[in-house]
Structure formats: C-alpha cells, structure tokens
Design a binder for this molecule. Sequence first.
Ligand code: ADP
Length: 536
Amino acid sequence: MRGRMMEAPLLVSSLIEHAGNVYPDQEIVTRTVEGPIHRYTWSDARARAKRLGSVLVAQGIREGDRLGTLAWNTHRHLEVYYGVSGIGGVCHTLNPRLHPTQLVYIINHAEDRVLFVDLTFVPLVEAVAEQIPNVETVVVLTDSEHMPETSLGNAVSYEDFIIDGDIDFDWPHLDEQAAAALCYTSGTTGNPKGALYSNRSTVLHAFGICMPDVFDLKAASTVLPIVPMFHACAWGIPYAAAAAGSKIVFPGPRYDADALSDLMSQEDVTYCAGVPSVFIPLVQYWKNTGSKPESLNMVVVGGAAPPRALMATMEGEFGIEFRHAWGMTEMSPLGSVNTLLPTHRAQSVEEYSHFQTKQGRPPFGVQIRIVDDDGKPLPHDGIMFGELQVRGPWVIDGYFKEEESSLTPDGWFPTGDVATIDSQSYIQITDRTKDLIKSGGEWISSIDVENTAMGHPDIVMAAVIGIPNEKWGERPLMIAVATPDSSPTKESVLKYLSETLAKWQLPDDVIFVDELPMGATGKVRKVTLREEYGGE
Ligand code: ADP
C-alpha cells in the first residue's frame, strides 16, 4: 500500500526558495574579485538567480545542458549554482588550478555551452578559446565597468547578461532525479571523470550535512566556506546553508591567512570548512599575531588527513571545536565526520586528539563496509583493514557519460581508500590503496608516519612515499618541510618518530624541501614525489 503523501520532488530550486522565503534578511557577504566587500541577502540572491534562470531559458538553454564555471567563492557564483540548476541545467564547476590541457579536456568532455568566468580567469579562457568550440558564450562575473579588454568574441559581463531577467520567474517543475551539478575528480591517473549529482542527491546531502553531529548548520551559524565552490561544490555548504538559513561569508580570491582571518573577525564567522593545508598557515598566523577571530568556534577539516598537532592546537590553544571529515567527489562529497562524544571530551586534549585522527562516523544516508582482496566483508573491530566501500543516495553509481556501473556486483562503491572501522563505526583511513607501503610483507600507513612527523615542533608538513627496495620490496622515504627559521636534522626527526613508531616503520631517509607539490584540491601530489624521488 502506498502512503498518502504529496509528491514533492526534492529540487535545488526549492532550497533557494526556502532561504528566500524563510530567511529573507539573512546575509550573504562576499569579498569580491574587484576588491570591495559586497553584502546582500538570501532574498536578493534568489531574485538574481531567477533573473539568470529566465535569461538562460530565453537564450535556449535546455534541461540537461552543461554550463561551466571557473570562479572563486562569491555571491555571483552562488547565483549561478541556483540559476543554472534551477532551470534543469547542469552547473559544472571547473577547477582553475588544473593544467589548461586538462581544463580543455574537461570542458569538451562535458560539452559546456556557456562558461561563467571570474575576472582572474579570463586570460586562462582566452588562451584556450580556440580549443573549446562548444562554448557559445563566456559570461564574465563582473559588471560592465570592470569588463576587461578581451580577445574573446563571445564575452559579456554577468550584470549585462542578467539585466533583463525576470525576478518573478517560476522555476520549472523538474524530475528530482534530473542532473543538477557536475564535478570532475582530480584524476591523478588517467583522464578526469565526472560525478554527476542529481537534484535529489544534492538536496538529501544538504539535509544530511546540516545535522548536529555532521556540519551542524543553523540560522545562528555564520559560515565561511574556505573550501572552493569548484571543489565538490564547497562540500555542499552553498546548498545546506540555504536549507538551514545560515549567513554565508565568501572569501572571493583571497586565500592568504591575514585576509581570511580579517574577514572572519569582521563578519563574526562562527564556522569554517577547508582542507588541512589552508588551516596550517592560518593557525601559524594566529600564533604569531594573537588575532584568532573571537567568534570562530568550529572548523570542519577534510579532503586529506589533517595532522594531529593541528587538531590539538585548534582545540587546546584556540578553543575551536575541530571536526575531522572524510569524503570524496563521488560522494557529494561527505562520507564521515569525527564529532567527539562526551566520553572523549572528558579526556585531555592530548589524549582525545589522537582519537581525532580517525575520519569519524557516517551520517544517516551513508553506509560503510570494508572488504578484503576477494571482496569479502571484514569485521568492524578497529584492527582489520581493507578497502572501504560505501553506498547511499548521494553516492554515484557510475561516471558521467560512462555506460558501465562503477559498483561492485552487490551494489557498493569502492572508494580506493584502505581503512579500519571500529565497533562504534568510526572509520580510520590508513591510506589510498596506491599509497600504502609494503615493507617486508608488512603494511606501513604513510598517513600514520606523516601525522606523527607533523607533531615534531620543527616540521610543518611531511609526505611519505614507498621507494622500491630489493630486500624489503618497498621502504618509506619522507619528504618534509621545516618550519620557518628552524633546521631540523634527519636524526632528530627519526628519533622523534621512534618514540611512537616501530623501527621498521621509520623512513629510510628524510629529505628537506622548501615546499611540497600540492594538487589542485589541496592534497600533496605523491605522483610528483614518486617521479622525483621514486628511483632513489
Ligand atoms: P578531491 O581531490 O576533489 O577532494 P577526491 O574525491 O579525489 O577529491 O578525493 C577524495 C580522497 O581524498 C579520498 O578518497 C581520500 O583518499 C582523501 N581524503 C579525503 N578526506 C580525507 C581525510 N580526512 N583523511 C584522509 N584522506 C582523505
């Protein structure tokens, strides 16, 4: 028997409608690419998203068409998210940090008809314009006053583009399974692949991440997504904040620690989210200047394993609740969050920060398991490790334009991460499958060694890779960055590591470099390190 409930599709447009109706005066603040701070409300954002949507329809954009963005976190980018998905278009966020040849590949693979581009990236588009023939219009996210001289024949300023749009435009009724957004994964091997989110998956993910033990978003939150809107839709925050009625503060193009910190202080930001590599300099900046924003009381950090020392400092020194999160583009992206229980909080920071290196528990909506090499499920005992597999309504079942399913025969998505799961369902990622080091038949977790090394007072970042070794198969090599004005020795680092690691887990060598190669989404590029040091 069917229930007698309304058919009400879960649509991205319903999120902005909700925010515009229920939280009309809640603010959205942007440090613009042009420079000044821009300030308006959810009600204004809705009106302008409608203007954009109506213009796109008038210009012949149809359901399922892909429209790309090359843009920072700003209010205009937010309007594009809603204006495009609201009419059934697919908002395809491009990562401007990718190599131009990769961008060309992705734009052509997606067949983007329109590109919405920040001023910063106009030269990038000019340089590849001839290689992206499908792009009919380039909308530069600025006004006519700031429009640059450009060789692009099809460029128009965003403000001119939407000027005649209809603020009372009615969003079309869509199937909730209709595609809404498209994100390509970084693709460290082979070509990038697209995760194609639906309206339904996006709305369910927004519900999921608002929950108290997940991102805990609410109308009292002022959230600053440091994570870019081109990185798995800023982890869904632009959607979840609309559902929860949170104030949003967008950092625009300024990612330096002083700019971020000032903006947090000026706007009373309570909450921010980003990858570990942005928080490391931020914490250093607060230590040097004593200027930690008073309002900031929670951070969500994920995308790569954060060092324990970062958690201990945030919690112990600055009183900020640290939530360690794990996920992937294929999961919209949230997979798990480590939110401490009262029993953990009863311990000292020193003790519970060890526990915080676990990636946490899945929210309702995500199911997890680990399997052995034959695909057989392993016990959740916190000891056995195997490939982590997931399923749920915001996990992909295959990639954009690929016929075949990406799932196991029994319907789980293999993440490529190796993990343990304990009896309380806390996940601990040991490594990417390809980053695990096998030495003399024993597995060494590069994350574990890196994390320990980053507790050394003179080490700011460390990466560990496996180097072929005749006797042991592979041996770990550490490449490390020292804190400014310090000069740690290999011996001091190894001595420090040996306090907690077994002898066979210690790196054979420690190489000091000025910086580590970082990928487009804030992860250390181990591929580059292997190319450079792999033969050693
Ligand atoms: P992107 O680089 O776009 O974030 P990916 O989806 O390629 O996207 O990255 C997902 C991968 O990042 C995960 O499979 C995992 O290996 C790694 N990752 C994400 N969060 C964490 C975390 N908290 N700890 C360890 N690894 C993480």
